[in-house]
Design a protein around this ligand. Structure first.
Ligand code: 5BU
Length: 274
């Protein structure tokens, strides 16, 4: 059976990479394929949102560079919440430079992302040297990388042969590349029929998910959890403003997160039982 029909628990056994295993096991344990994306500028709001949504999510996706009062102690508090609520951490850094530079950006600077983020991501645009650079830092730490094979935005250039090349790049680095940011399953894409490994199982994490709106007026496009998980076969739904809105009110955040979690899980149950 293909990963589309397999349970997250079954798929956890197919993965050697510790970050991929941890994510799949967390999804199964919490019965959640929901990730919350927290794009706010104040650490206090950031932590309040993570704390409110934490019980309902398998993963928290960060953009730590938008925090105007960032201090490294924020990382420790995020890690505490990650233990308390049992979620994986994904810094959505979208690395895009030469191997040597991304290795420095990943390990060093103010954020030291590799120290605390189980998963990060990269644009395949520089070629496979970007994976080499990042894996030199991340692999010894048990981290995992997602390649940006597609984007959710209107007019995205990551389509067609670019997407196919991203999948080939991942296939060549399966110890570190655990999957993709994409809008659909990538199994077998870009491979001749006899080329795609039988046991190919990439995780698909998908932003651009919302129940209330179709877009944000700045190019973002939203689909529902059901469209993303059931119709397109993605594994993790990533929801930002659909959960935390503009008021950052803990009860509302918890209620919205619970709703997205329920919808995402129902779509997964339907998919794995079909
Ligand atoms: P939203 O508030 O649910 O629209 O936030 C979506 C998040 O996902 C935001 O952090 C983006 O940076 C991120 N994102 C995206 O929206 N679309 C993409 O294709 C990629 C990332 Br890659």
């Amino acid at each position: 059976t293909s990963p589309y029909h397999q349970t997250y628990a079954e798929r956890a056994l197919n993965h050697e990479n510790p970050a991929a295993k941890l994510l799949l096991e967390t999804m199964e344990r919490k019965k959640s394929n929901l990730a919350v994306s927290v794009d706010v500028t104040r650490s206090e709001d950031f932590l309040a949102i993570v704390d409110a949504a934490g019980p309902y999510v398998c993963l928290v996706k960060t953009h730590v560079d938008v925090l105007e009062d960032f201090d490294y102690s924020l990382v420790e508090r995020l890690q505490e919440l990650s233990k308390r609520h049992d979620f994986v951490i994904f810094e959505d850094r979208k690395f895009a430079d030469i191997g040597n530079t991304v290795a420095l950006q990943y390990s060093s600077g103010v954020y030291k992302i590799a120290n605390w983020s189980h998963i990060t991501n990269a644009h395949p645009v520089p070629g496979s040297s970007i994976v080499k650079g990042l894996s030199s830092v991340g692999l010894p730490l048990g981290r995992g990388l997602l390649l940006l094979a597609e984007m959710s935005t209107k007019g995205s250039l990551a389509t067609g042969s670019y997407t196919e090349e991203a999948v080939r790049m991942a296939r060549a680095h399966r110890d570190f590349v655990i999957g993709f940011i994409a809008q659909r399953r990538m199994d077998g894409i870009g491979a001749a029929p006899d080329e795609a490994p039988e046991d190919e199982d990439f995780l698909i994490l998908t932003p651009g998910v919302g129940l209330e709106s179709k877009g944000d007026g700045m190019g973002q496009q939203y689909r529902t959890p059901r469209e993303v998980v059931l119709d397109s076969g993605c594994d993790v739904i990533i929801v930002g403003r659909g959960i935390y809105g503009s008021e950052f009110q803990p009860d509302t955040i918890a209620a919205r997160a619970e709703r997205y979690m329920a919808e995402g899980w129902a779509a997964y149950v339907e998919r794995t039982s079909s």
